[in-house]
Structures are given as C-alpha cells and as structure tokens.
Design a protein around this ligand. Sequence first.
Ligand code: TRP
Length: 336
Amino acid sequence: MTEEIYLTGITTTGTPHIGNYVGAIRPGIAASKDQSKKNFYFLADYHALAKAEDPDRIHQSTLEIAASWLALGLDTDNAVFYRQSDIQEIPHLTWILTSMTAKGLMNRAHSYKAVVQANEEKGNKDPDQGIMMALYSYPILMAADILMFRSTKVPVGRDQKQHVEMTRDIAQRFNHHYGDILVLPEAVIDDNTATLSGLDGRKMSKSYNNTIPLFAEEKKLRKLIMKIKTNSLEPGEPKDPEGSTLYEIYKAFATEDEVREIEKRYADGIAWGEMKQVLFEYINEHIKPAREEYNRLINDPGIVEQALQHGAERARAISAPYLKEILHALGIRKLG
Ligand code: TRP
C-alpha cells in the first residue's frame, strides 16, 4: 500500500482565534506528530491575494499564523511546514493546470457563484462585477497546492470539498492526455470537529467580528469572555448547558470529568458571571505556556522565518524534480 500524504493549507488572512484552534489547529498539530503519515502544512499567502487584503495585514497574518502553529508544538521535523510563495513550482504548476482546466468547471465553483449571486441580488447589471481572476481561478491554485506534493488526503471544511473534487477532475484530465503522473486526492471531512460559537452566539468567525483571538493577552481575554452572550436567568436558577456558549467553549477545552462537574454546577444554578470567571481561568491556564512562546516568536520573527525556510527547502526537494517530470511530459524540455 502506498503511504498516505496529508496536506493542509491555511490562508493567511486574519488572526487565529479559539474557533480555529479547536476546529483546525489542535487536530492539525496532533496529526503532525503521527510518524506513520507524511504531513504537509503550508501558509497559503497567494490565496490571500484573492481576498484583496491589505499588504500589512497579509504580512502580519503570515507571522501570526506561523507563530501560532509553532508555539503550539507543530512537529516540523516530522511534518513539512512551508509558505506557498516560497515554492516557485506552485504558481508554475498553476499555469500548467490552467491550460487544462475547463472554463465551465470554474463557472460551477460555489465560491465564485456566491459572488455572482450577490451581484444579481444587488441588481448589478454585470454579474461579474468586482470579481478578479484570482477568485475565479482560486480552485486551480488550490489544485496546484495539492497536486504538487502528490497529496492523497486533504483535510478541509465542507465549504472546500468542491475544490478538492475539482482538483481530481483537473488531475484526471491531465493524466488522460499525458500519462499517469498526477495523484488524485481525496477530501477528508471530519464531521466531529467542533465549531465554536462566538461572542454573540453565532458561529465564531472573522466575518462576524465575534471572535476570541487565541493568544489575546490575559486582560483582553478576560474582557472578551465577559462579553459572551447569555440568557437572563438569575443566579440560583437551574441552567441548561445546551445552547450555552460558555458551556460549549468550556467543553472544547476541558476534560470529560471537568465537563460533568460544570454540568452539575449549571443544574445548581451557577451565576453567569461566575461561569465566565471559570471559563476565563480555564482557558487562560490552558493557553499560557503557548502564549509565552507565541509572544517570543512574534518579537523575534527571524526564528519563524528560519523554520519556514527549512520547510521550503524540504518542500522544494520534492516539487522541483516533480515539476521537471511534468514539464517533460508536456513537451516542454531541452532540444538536444
Ligand atoms: N482554500 C483553503 C481555505 O480557504 C485554503 C487552502 C489553500 C487549502 N490551498 C489549499 C486547503 C490546499 C487545502 C489544500 O480554507
């Protein structure tokens, strides 16, 4: 049996929040230590361009995301950790794939269609208003990320599943014409990964502006947790853990015994203010050692850069010869 190759991409927009931590970072870090698998993790900074972010934000976000994963113990000896833009073969492969991706396939991308629909709803005459090719071709860049390292498994959220399927379509078409060169990946969707609610009770998300940054300083963390929405039950009144954001977040961090203990306190009518304090103290203790390391890295970004360069070297040892092989198959090779 061939070895499974896992590949995880993280777009460099935004500051990691506790929802990212529970849903993606924590399981990703655990997986990075698994010696039985090959694991690739990368910072998708070219993808960030499709979101038209401010340059300073992209730069800062790249540092914050890389520092977060490193501070939390990503195993960079076992896993390969790199920045997309350091691997020149990726944009190179993107162009190759672009020449064998049907335009009709891209027309069907949910991510593109959602913007077209929004334009239509706004009554815009041009359904493509404001849409850059980077958004339209986003799935091709993603296909290059995946195919470049012969990935067999791609852990993604439901919203990205279609992109992995498109990668298969593109790879299949390539292989049909040029021989069995690209490896068809599969999306891995974990329905058990927790999604957390944010301050206002909606899903924690940068776009709702309701997040708790993973490495917020103690004071800020406390302040944000105090803002989490609750219902109006008084101290002493029994409370239902289901539907309580405080409980949900606590549960994502605490052990089973601790969760059972808190459920008892809910039944006994714990005051919301007290539950907020419990949650703050718990998360703060849990995060503290990694936060110290995170702050050290943020203040000394050269260390982070070095880790990324080390990863890029390892990644390019794979991508450079593979790209040559691909170009050769396409007839792009030396004449004599
Ligand atoms: N598009 C993914 C997201 O928004 C990030 C990403 C870029 C990615 N390239 C990838 C994920 C390759 C998996 C594989 O979440």
